[in-house]
Design a binder for this molecule. Structure first.
Ligand code: F6R
Length: 241
């Protein structure tokens, strides 16, 4: 795993955007794996700027998001579907038909998950996956557990994640307790991965990525066996102060 330590969040976001921009330049029909949450917002802002300046072209890009709350309406401004339109898709020249977020409105979650993996495979697999990390070491919504699941699946959020994500909702009782999420296998199949980590509160999780151990108690540690991962972090997350 290559590690890039940046001065602050803005620098981290720029570094991340540079890698995504190179990917799109080298392969204009790239398949991107995208994340939500606070971490990638700065990276998305940089991509919007690069697209405005005609430095990158999203017209042939396809995207698959990692996860979505379940159940949730796509109109709900806390849904990841809404988030992606609001923070990226509405502002770049991507064809919305080429963007995919697991459908939190589905009546048949099992079917939705199976189809999601099939769609990714049919598109040719993810070229570059962007990840954030939970304070508890989750990636996408693969929460710490004895067993982790390979493919896209329905999962229950841990109390830690519900509390962390309640900052976006009016009240903690509004946070959905379930989600549809790509599994560890779906993520590990990506050809390249960048994981962005910022802030002191992610220091403990980041440290676990830099030691030799792999454990399902910290799902992100599985990334250590992937051949092409770049960890981009700020000093606060790296040094814990
Ligand atoms: C979001 C996702 C999550 C977040 C993680 C960190 O699509 O998959 O794993 O990356 O919860 O969230 P933030 O960035 O809000 O700290």
């Amino acid at each position: 795993m290559r590690v890039i330590i940046c001065e602050n969040y803005d620098e981290m976001s720029k570094e991340g955007a540079k890698i995504v921009a190179s990917q799109i330049t080298l392969k204009p029909d790239s398949i991107l794996g995208l994340a939500t949450g606070s971490t990638p917002i700065g990276l998305y802002k940089n991509l919007i700027e690069l697209n405005k300046n005609k430095e990158i072209d999203f017209s042939c890009v396809k995207s698959f998001n990692l996860d979505e709350y379940y159940p949730i309406s796509r109109e709900n401004d806390q849904s990841y579907f809404y988030f992606m339109n609001d923070n990226l898709f509405n502002h770049v020249n991507i064809d919305k038909n080429n963007t995919h977020v697991p459908n939190g409105e589905t009546k048949n979650a099992e079917e939705e998950c199976k189809n999601y993996d099939k769609m990714i495979d049919k598109a040719g697999g993810i070229d570059l996956q962007i990840l954030g990390i939970g304070q508890n070491g989750h990636i996408a919504f693969n929460e710490p557990d004895k067993n982790l699941i390979t493919g896209t699946h329905v999962t229950s959020l841990t109390q830690n994640t519900i509390e962390a994500n309640s900052r976006f909702f009016n009240d903690i009782s509004e946070v959905p307790t379930k989600a549809l999420t790509m599994g560890i296998g779906s993520i590990m199949k990506a050809k390249k991965i960048i994981i962005l980590i910022n802030g002191e509160n992610k220091h403990a999780a980041l440290k676990e990525l830099l030691n030799e151990n792999i454990t399902t108690d910290i799902p992100a540690t599985l990334l250590k066996v992937h051949p092409d991962v770049v960890l981009i972090c700020d000093k606060a997350a790296y040094y814990g102060k």
